[in-house]
Design a protein. Structure first.
Length: 172
């Protein structure tokens, strides 16, 4: 993993089975990402959207991102500047959407040991709890890390087209 590991990040702790409707509430889906983001997690943590800072991380229980396939659930976290989500497991659709939008997800069996407000550093070997233990994470394939570094799949594709590695699809 070769991502920015220079700064420690503040932890926001959530429970298990955080669904996409809590992340991007359905009642706001007719609006743009900036409005939807203002309501992120309001049913669970009303202060979250107001107080989260760029570079903060979310640590959650199993099944983060369950529910619908709405990509806005990952998009609001990117919009708010969340650096990563750390959990023991993720919904498959949320996992793909998150990486496609450039959001780093770290699968960590011991995520439950990370407490609210703790500061962590994301390192190639895992998650370093400030003043504490290094927790291992499941390896992430290079192609997914490339999407995080580029801030999303569309940016990866644009860079490959610009480098002559891909041909743009002709418009009908």
């Amino acid at each position: 993993m070769s991502l920015d590991t220079t700064a420690a990040s503040r932890v926001w702790r959530l429970g298990a089975q955080i669904d996409t409707d809590a992340l991007a509430p359905g009642g706001y889906m007719k609006f743009g990402i900036d409005v939807i983001a203002q309501h992120t997690l309001e049913s669970l943590r009303p202060e979250f959207a107001r107080e989260v800072k760029p570079g903060d991380v979310i640590v959650a229980g199993e099944g983060f991102g369950v529910g619908s396939s709405r990509e806005q659930a990952a998009g609001v976290l990117v919009h708010l500047g969340v650096k990563a989500v750390i959990a023991p497991s993720f919904s498959g659709l949320f996992y793909r959407n998150a990486f496609n939008l450039g959001l780093l997800l770290l699968t960590c069996a011991r995520a439950g040991e990370i407490e609210e407000g703790t500061r962590v550093q994301i390192l190639p070997a895992g998650v370093q709890i400030e003043g504490g233990e290094l927790l291992g994470v499941k390896p992430i394939p290079d192609f997914l890390l490339e999407m995080v570094r580029a801030k999303g799949l569309l940016n990866v594709l644009k860079a490959r087209i610009a480098a002559g590695q891909l041909q743009p699809h002709p418009q009908p």
